[in-house]
Design a binder for this molecule. Structure first.
Ligand SMILES: [Zn+2]
Ligand SMILES: [Zn+2]
Length: 142
């Protein structure tokens, strides 16, 4: 069986993320501000959609969820000030849906992820994590 192809639908603009461009993972502060987002993977439109973390008095807006770095540690306040601080490192579509399979399922990569979970030679830890997410997904959609 050949690897199923997939297109990610951007969680912000609803358009397919262009194959040639990276996908960006948006964090919980984005989800708070855009509660209608489906999944968390965006096309580069996220970089044009800017907002500030602080109000006019330099205080974080109410409900602000602090930005985390790639290790899940709090970003220092000096580096948590606008929408860019809340965009994860860009990655290929495949990398992004494997790191964030739940968003992948929501945004068009279901067939690809199912195929990948069954693939021999996949890192057992990745396979195990993927299968757990698929099990939860199936329990929700039965
Ligand atoms: Zn977009
Ligand atoms: Zn912030």
């Amino acid at each position: 069986m050949t690897r199923p192809d997939f297109r990610i639908t951007c969680c912000l603009c609803g358009k397919p993320v262009p194959r040639a461009s990276d996908a960006y993972d948006l964090d919980r502060e984005w989800q708070r501000r855009f509660p209608d987002m489906t999944g968390t993977l965006a096309c580069p439109c996220a970089l044009n959609n800017s907002w500030q973390c602080r109000d006019g008095r330099d205080r974080y807006v109410e409900g602000h969820i602090p930005a985390l770095d790639s290790n899940g540690m709090l970003t220092p306040p000096g580096r948590d000030f606008d929408s860019w601080c809340h965009v994860g490192a860009p990655g290929t579509h495949v990398a992004r849906v494997l790191i964030n399979p739940w968003s992948g399922l929501l945004q068009g990569a279901e067939e690809y992820l199912r195929h990948t979970a069954q693939r021999s030679g996949l890192d057992p830890e990745v396979a195990c994590r993927l299968q757990r997410v698929l099990d939860v997904w199936d329990a929700h959609h039965r």
